[in-house]
Design a protein around this ligand. Sequence first.
Ligand code: PEP
Ligand code: MN
Length: 249
Amino acid sequence: MFQLGDNEFFLFSGPCSLESKEQLESQLSELKTGLVRAGVYKLRTNSQSFQGIREDGVKIIKSLKEKYDFSFATEVVSEESAEILSPIADYFQVGTRNMYNYELLKYLNKFDKPIILKRGFSATLDEWIQAAKYIENSEQRVILCERGVRSFEKSYRNMLDLNAVAYLKSHTNYKVIVDPSHGTGRKELILPMAKAALACGADGIIVESHVNPEVALSDKEQALNHKELRFLISEIESLASFFDKKVVF
Ligand code: PEP
Ligand code: MN
């Protein structure tokens, strides 16, 4: 799977962090999702927090790919991680903390992969687009991901800026997806904001889920369980038909 089609709405889902083979296999077997996200390297604010299973993740994804048909999106945090993840990643994700890492962005030009470029948490749209342009052929290869910006409001983790989606869709040719998980940090806000993302013209969403959120090693407050993810998918599918879009998940 390379780029997003015009009449499709892409729904990536999966855990914040890949923790074990069993963890991700339960999603693949129960929900049969074909667009999967999971962090193998994690950039955490606290240096003592779980930093990802790193190299061990490569073997896990390789063996799951032998059994299940899915595309895998995962975050690159450095040039070295990009090399290690390249054999298993179908999409490279550049996280909010690295949007300004221009040397990393330049380095990613050596790989022939679409890049999900998350918005820096206080980046202007202009800074974000300029960052995207470090990728050659950027309109074809970069998928911009709105994941919320820092604001004065404390009731949720970030303020999801859906203006940005509508603006970018009317002023640029980029594909734009929305991350309502990091954009809100609260489970109960994910479905409404996922629907809003579809309604305001986004090309897709990326959502965090976990087989057992209570024991997730990162971002457990915002992880949907499988039942909730299944419900989200069905709600998005029924709304998408109104916009003549097919949901790919
Ligand atoms: C993620 O998607 O796992 C992530 C860390 O997101 P962000 O970079 O937007 O915080
Ligand atoms: Mn996360």
